[in-house]
Design a protein around this ligand. Structure first.
Ligand code: VG1
Ligand code: CO
Length: 557
């Protein structure tokens, strides 16, 4: 094949955030903008990583993916990649891509899509994990000096039909987006067990795909394989603009599903997933499972999941995620946990879990941001989390006769709290604030941290320590700093402040609040009520209203 060299000039700001590069569509559609980043990526990898090798390409179906796929294919060919596997119509969820080794995901995840909204790209490295910072930093460096794009002179590939197209030594194979991923999940879960639950007349299930990528997976998996009824899938068709929605499965943006579960005589189980299928929200009847509890409950109930038949190797969470998981780890006396105590917490972003998994130290992990997963792949996995919860409910009820009352989602969570105590948790998001004020607020907090000392009084709370979280990867020794300002009090309560690394405009401030309650008689209190004093403290200590001009958060979890 003929390879053309196109001269180009650097663009500013092509720095990846928490998970890939995300910008407005208008930014990405500037001539050579995407091409520059893809070329810079190849310039950053050792040639043996991709020359004549295989890469996977897929996306969440959002606007601009079709054009982007053709650009990526041609530049990959121009740089000597041997073969590209592409999901049909460019569709592959983030977990499905992660199940393969190395590839691109065309997605801005939970950010809205369409000509006026966001586009994004994530790159997975050799074992399917999101590229580590050592690579993304290199890519960014190369975007600042790029002068040439290598692009193969081949026609656009028809992505609408499964099959192989050859161009000399380079080929493109269009694959079914579901089959390999489904095959993997069948080795993880007991599908017969789940099928038994979903076919019970006294168990009603609903899944909201939010018109995003899991629309392509929901019917083949939940309906065709597991016997759920067709009408249990809502918003099941992936759309370029997610039906004008914001494909983020939380209490604000998945409000329709929440309303259904909280209505009188609603279903027993509800779940939703985000744009690219790696997040999940789990709901019981009139009951919300906070993601920090979700990962803890899964970790405490692995006997329901055949994949974990030999036990779990270790547990991990991102730093702002509540400590509910730590309590499970302690109880399970995991050797990994005891030996390494503190490094059960990683910074925000799934890329930090991959090394622990590859080293054989981690089985189940999660983030408070609706991300839950295991080492079956190297990304969080929305459908996996739904199947994990269905497995737990099915396992608990497997001997229940028709007509007998089933153990519900809320029963399982309340029982968990009774055993381990409840970590009340909430996150306040202030989306798209002015960057200047948000940055100043974080600077102000860092200044407080530098002057603080153990024993300082904050209202009725006594400071244990305050810092800006630094993480040293126990496997490769790499260090990342400034990962979130923490105030940890002597009773274990915490307030954490971070700026989001996934937005495309302004700054999103996240405030995380946690308080532990061992007393079972106090577990039924609404989280917002239980946490009110700490939330008020978080807002006043940071002078958040002065710095951001915001009275109320945009999203409360
Ligand atoms: C957010 C979440 C983080 C998650 C990341 C990617 O990052 O807080 O936990 O890993 O999104 O999720 P940030 O920097 O905005 O807080 V996904 O589903 O967008 O790939
Ligand atoms: Co996502």
């Amino acid at each position: 094949i003929k390879i053309n060299s196109i001269p180009t000039k650097p663009f500013e700001g092509q720095k990846t955030g928490t998970s890939g590069l995300r910008k407005k569509v208008k930014v990405f559609t500037q001539e050579n903008y995407l091409a520059n980043w893809i070329q810079a990526l190849f310039n950053s990898l050792p040639p043996e990583d991709y020359k004549n090798g295989l890469l996977v390409l897929g996306g969440d179906g959002r606007y601009f993916n079709r054009e982007a796929a053709q650009i990526i294919i041609k530049i990959a060919a121009g740089n000597g990649v041997g073969k590209i596997l592409v999901g049909k119509e460019g569709i592959l969820s983030t977990p499905a891509v992660s199940a393969a080794n190395g590839g691109f995901i065309m997605s801005a995840s939970h950010n809205p899509g369409g000509p006026e909204y966001d586009w994004g790209i994530k790159f997975n490295y050799s074992s399917g994990q999101p590229a580590p910072e050592s690579i993304t930093d290199k890519i960014y460096g190369n975007t600042l000096s790029i002068s040439e794009i290598k692009i193969a002179d081949v026609p656009d590939v028809d992505l609408s039909k499964v099959g192989v197209t050859k161009f000399g030594s380079f080929s493109v194979e269009v694959i079914d987006p579901v089959s390999d991923y489904l095959e993997l999940l069948e080795t993880v879960f007991d599908f017969q067990l789940i099928k038994g639950l979903l076919s019970r007349p006294d168990f009603r299930f609903i899944f909201d795909a939010m018109h995003a990528v899991t629309g392509a997976y929901a019917k083949p998996i939940f309906v065709d394989k597991l016997g759920a009824s067709l009408d249990s899938i809502s918003n099941g068709i992936p759309l370029e603009d997610f039906g004008h929605g914001h494909p983020d499965p939380n209490l604000t943006y998945a409000k329709d599903l929440v309303n259904i579960l909280y209505a009188e005589n609603g279903p027993d189980f509800g779940a939703a997933s985000d744009g690219d299928g790696d997040r999940n929200m789990i709901l019981g009847r009139s009951f919300f499972v906070t993601p920090s509890d979700s990962v803890a409950v899964i970790a405490a109930n692995t006997e329901a999941i055949p994949y974990f038949k030999n036990g779990v190797k270790g547990l991990a969470r991102s730093m702002p995620t509540s400590g509910a998981l730590d309590r499970v780890a302690e109880k399970l006396s995991l050797p990994f946990f005891e030996a390494n105590g503190p490094w059960i917490q990683v910074p925000t972003g799934w890329k930090f879990f991959g090394n622990l998994m590859d080293a054989g130290n981690l089985s189940v992990c999660g983030e408070e941001s609706f991300g839950t997963g295991s080492d079956h792949i190297r990304e969080k996995d929305g459908i996996w989390a739904v199947l994990a919860w269905l497995s737990i409910i099915a396992h608990r009820n497997k001997d229940k006769k028709p007509g007998e009352k089933l153990i519900s989602v809320s029963d399982v969570v309340k029982e968990h709290w009774a055993t381990y105590g409840r970590n009340f948790f909430s996150r306040y998001d202030y989306e798209e604030c002015e960057s200047e004020g948000a940055n100043k607020m974080i600077e102000y907090l860092r200044d407080i941290v530098s002057k603080s000392k153990a024993g300082d009084k904050y209202g009725s709370y006594v400071l244990q320590f305050a810092d800006d979280f630094t993480y040293t990867d126990p496997v490769d020794g790499s260090v990342v700093s400034k990962q979130g300002v923490r105030f940890v009090f002597t009773d274990g309560s915490r307030i954490i402040y971070r700026l989001s690394g996934t937005g495309s405009a302004g700054a999103t401030v996240r405030v995380y609040i946690e308080q532990f309650e061992p007393d079972v008689s106090k577990h039924d209190v609404e989280a917002q009520i239980a946490l009110k004093p700490l939330i008020d403290l978080a807002i006043s200590v940071s002078k958040l209203k002065d710095f951001t001009g915001r009275e109320q958060p945009t999203v409360i979890t």
